[in-house]
Design a protein around this ligand. Structure first.
Ligand SMILES: C=C(CC[C@@H](C)[C@H]1CC[C@H]2C3=CC[C@H]4[C@H](C)[C@@H](O)CC[C@]4(C)[C@H]3CC[C@]12C)C(C)C
Ligand SMILES: C[S@@+](CC[C@H](N)C(=O)[O-])C[C@H]1O[C@@H](n2cnc3c(N)ncnc32)[C@H](O)[C@@H]1O
Length: 359
């Protein structure tokens, strides 16, 4: 090969690699790039070990049940996945029903706005986002309602990402983020005019502990809405395929144990809430929430090649390939959970803290 052909081949390969990684890479326009993937607050050389540590929790399931170990386990998980989620999904870490003729981004925003519309929030109210991630829902909700939103997440890396995004979006005067455990929130009693949680309380080892904490910080008469991850009435514990799918979802999503839909209202009442409304938003006429995952399969395969190449080149931390592979498999379990109708990530419950405290 003469030097000109060598140069042209090299340039073509470099251009192809740039296109594959940087142009095809981000799922969201102006989103995170594949070349920026990190282990969150974990240093690059510790990502692989942290991934092994994450899996070790599942070898000692009793430890996951111990409430005080769970926040650490969830924190490790979000250090490992936050960048991959942002790169491949966007800034809102949740599902929403597909809406014919609307993009994923629009369907996501409508699902978020529905939450704040349900809790009757006025401009200037102070509301709480329980388990806020990097703040995709918080920004949509603040822009839609003009309420002041305070988000809480256990993961410090997410706090920094959320603050950065809030500033970039010009919403930092309405949105604040704190690092903390939603099982022991750093807020006085009766602080908030409303609260919501989107696909976050499923990480609590005991639902009554997080619901009781939300109840405590709400003002009397205030509303709380949650989109919960649950097994539906179609789930049969004696069916090995159902059990395999649910365990796959738990392991790939840092869940200490999925709850049944029937537990949700019961727990809300137990801590003192009045249940105003309860509905599985995944049920027809809603279009499947999992079709986005199904449609993305080819892109996830492409992402896997990108992550493998970047990790081999030392650009992405070692261990990123394992984390990505885990998510790849999780996407499959979630899709099967949706197809079988045994799992829903959007069992909606709307509750009110009574005006008068009952004794
Ligand atoms: C509420 C939770 C998270 C829900 C979803 C936001 C995430 C669940 C599974 C995630 C993903 C699976 C496959 C990944 C893919 C292989 C990769 O290339 C790009 C990112 C994924 C699409 C990733 C994105 C986020 C999820 C859909 C849980 C944790 C309680
Ligand atoms: C799947 S993400 C959803 C984030 C956000 N609600 C959204 O829809 O984009 C779950 C969130 O719950 C947070 N979380 C889980 N356990 C927590 C805990 N014990 N205390 C505070 N936050 C927690 C995680 O850090 C993460 O931000």
């Amino acid at each position: 090969m003469d030097s000109l052909s060598l140069f042209c081949t090299g340039a073509l390969l470099a251009g192809g690699l740039y296109w594959f990684v940087c142009v095809l890479g981000p799922a969201e326009r102006k989103g995170k790039r594949a070349t920026d993937l990190s282990g969150g607050s974990i240093s690059a050389e510790k990502v692989q070990d942290s991934y092994k540590q994450y899996w070790s929790f599942f070898r000692r399931p009793k430890e996951i049940e111990t409430a005080d170990k769970v926040p650490d386990f969830v924190d490790t998980f979000y250090n490992l996945v936050t960048d991959i989620y942002e790169w491949g999904w966007g800034q809102s870490f949740h599902f929403s029903p597909s809406i014919p003729g609307k993009s994923h981004r629009e369907a996501t925003r409508l699902h978020e706005e529905m939450a704040v519309d349900l809790i009757n929030v006025k401009s200037g109210d102070k509301i709480l986002d329980v388990g806020c991630g990097v703040g995709g829902p918080m920004r949509a909700i603040a822009a839609h309602s003009r309420a002041n939103v305070v988000g809480i997440t256990i993961n410090e890396y997410q706090v920094n990402r959320a603050k950065l995004h809030n500033k970039k979006a010009g919403l930092d005067s309405l949105c604040d983020v704190v690092c903390g455990n939603f099982l022991q929130m750093p807020f006085p009693d009766n602080t908030f005019d409303g609260a919501y949680s989107i696909e976050a309380t499923c990480h609590a080892p005991k639902l009554d502990e997080v619901y009781a904490e939300i109840f405590r910080v709400l003002k009397p008469g205030a509303l709380y809405v949650s989109y919960e991850w649950v097994t539906t009435d179609k789930f049969k514990g004696e069916n090995p395929e159902h059990v395999e799918i649910i365990q796959g979802i738990e392991r790939g999503d840092a869940l200490p144990g999925l709850r049944s839909y029937a537990d949700i209202a019961e727990t809300a009442k137990k801590v003192g809430f009045e249940v105003v409304k309860e509905r599985d938003l995944a049920l027809p006429p809603a279009e499947p929430w999992w079709s986005r995952l199904k449609m993305g399969r080819l892109a996830y395969w492409r992402n896997h090649v990108v992550v493998t190449v970047l990790s081999a080149l030392g650009i992405a931390p070692k261990g990123t390939v394992d984390v990505h592979e885990m998510l790849f498999k999780t996407a499959d379990y979630l899709t099967r959970g949706g197809d079988n109708g045994i799992f829903s990530p959007m069992h909606m419950i709307l509750c009110r803290k009574p005006k008068e405290q009952q004794n």
